[in-house]
Design a protein around this ligand. Structure first.
Ligand code: ARG
Length: 361
């Protein structure tokens, strides 16, 4: 494709798909002002949004430096996606002090004592390219680095557990049945090669090499290796107390951080992730709640989505991204904001939002 053809193609996408932020913020003059090498790099970053016109973001970084080097295009996309005006400094901040405020849903209603709660953070190490630009050798080499760290975690009585790999020939390799069992248990990630967005970005390349998951003895602390980011570190519990959940993640993350190469961070955004939607805290905290009233028994999410949006929450089906609601109106709710908010603000928003939706229900 010539530069002119590419520019035309993105223009067509912009008209047909106004929600595609890549197309919305693509500027032909900027693109043409870059040298040939930089143009090729930018095309790789935005390829997913070009080949998948229905993308909401439409870009994945290939290297942590991309966010600086292509800031002219990426910064406006990031701000648009996260709702941060151009003249406001993002100033990344962290706050993991779970003791400050009680967020116990079980104290609101008995029925909220046993919800499925999950919180994850995305992290990438600074010693490898981001997943979209890794070779098979690099994926497997990174997996070894991670597996080494998990050996230490497994020896720690607070964690224990095991590392499971999908890499053919790995000493930790699991078979197809075990993999399927872990996917059904909502622990292991799905086959990435089935995701058209990740495919075009090169993020799912070499599947299933260099992929795996650490799972603690109690199966409440997990780490994905080689999905959309090098690491997705998460705590999962059935209960209602968000403080306990977040504290588990904080402790696990702290222990693991000391065992790994330094994480990739940006002074502008905080934690660096493949997808610009995850920059910053890199955190997604969610609850699975049954809201049959607000969803007409799971058949229609329109009303719920409207109400949730006012509370700063996003709604998904319980089967993950792009899934529909379960039959009892089982949905996944999570605070939309990732950037420019602290970890504790995310916890508070999830609690306040869930309480408000429960009252409406
Ligand atoms: N690339 C997709 C899009 O632009 C996914 C964006 C958010 N989801 C994610 N898993 N990063 O719509």
């Amino acid at each position: 494709m010539t530069n002119q053809e590419l520019i035309e193609k993105i223009k067509t996408i912009k008209e047909a798909q106004p929600g595609n932020l890549m197309a919305r913020h693509f500027d032909a003059a900027y693109f043409l002002s870059l040298d040939e090498h930089s143009r090729q790099r930018l095309v790789r970053i935005i390829a997913s949004g070009i080949e998948n016109p229905d993308s909401q973001m439409g870009a994945y970084a290939m290297n942590p430096q991309d966010y600086d080097q292509f800031a002219t295009m990426l910064d406006p996309m990031i701000r648009d996606s996260h709702g941060i005006p151009a003249d406001i400094e993002i100033a990344p901040q962290n706050d993991w002090d779970t003791g400050g405020t009680a967020c116990d849903l079980g104290a609101i209603d008995e029925r909220l004592k046993d919800v499925s709660m999950r919180v994850r953070v995305a992290r990438n190490v600074s010693t490898f390219p981001l997943p979209g630009a890794m070779s098979r050798e690099q994926r497997v080499a990174f997996e070894s680095v991670a597996a080494q760290a998990f050996t230490k975690l497994i020896e720690d009585p607070e964690f224990g557990g095991q590392y499971l790999s999908t890499t053919p020939g790995s000493p930790h390799e699991i078979d197809e049945d075990e993999y399927e069992h872990r996917v059904k248990a909502h622990q292991m990630f799905k086959d990435m090669s089935a995701d058209p967005y990740l495919n075009v970005a090169g993020i799912s390349a070499d599947w299933p090499h260099g992929r795996g998951m650490y799972v603690s003895r109690d199966e409440d602390f997990l780490v994905w290796v080689g999905e959309e980011d090098h690491l997705r570190i998460m705590a999962m519990q059935h209960g209602g107390n968000l403080n306990v959940l977040f504290e588990r993640l904080r402790a696990g993350l702290e222990t693991l951080t000391g065992l790994l190469p330094p994480f990739a961070t940006s002074p502008t955004y905080g934690n660096v992730t493949s997808c610009p939607t995850n920059l910053g805290a890199g955190m997604r905290a969610s609850l699975h709640m049954k809201l049959p009233g607000l969803t007409s028994h799971g058949s229609d999410l329109t009303r719920l989505k409207q109400e949730a949006k006012k509370l700063g929450l996003s709604v998904r089906g319980a089967g993950g991204e792009h899934s529909g609601a379960g039959k009892d109106g089982l949905v996944d709710i999570s605070p939309s904001a990732r950037l420019g908010v602290t970890e504790m603000e995310i916890m508070q928003r999830l609690y306040d939002g869930a309480a408000a939706l429960w009252a409406m229900e």
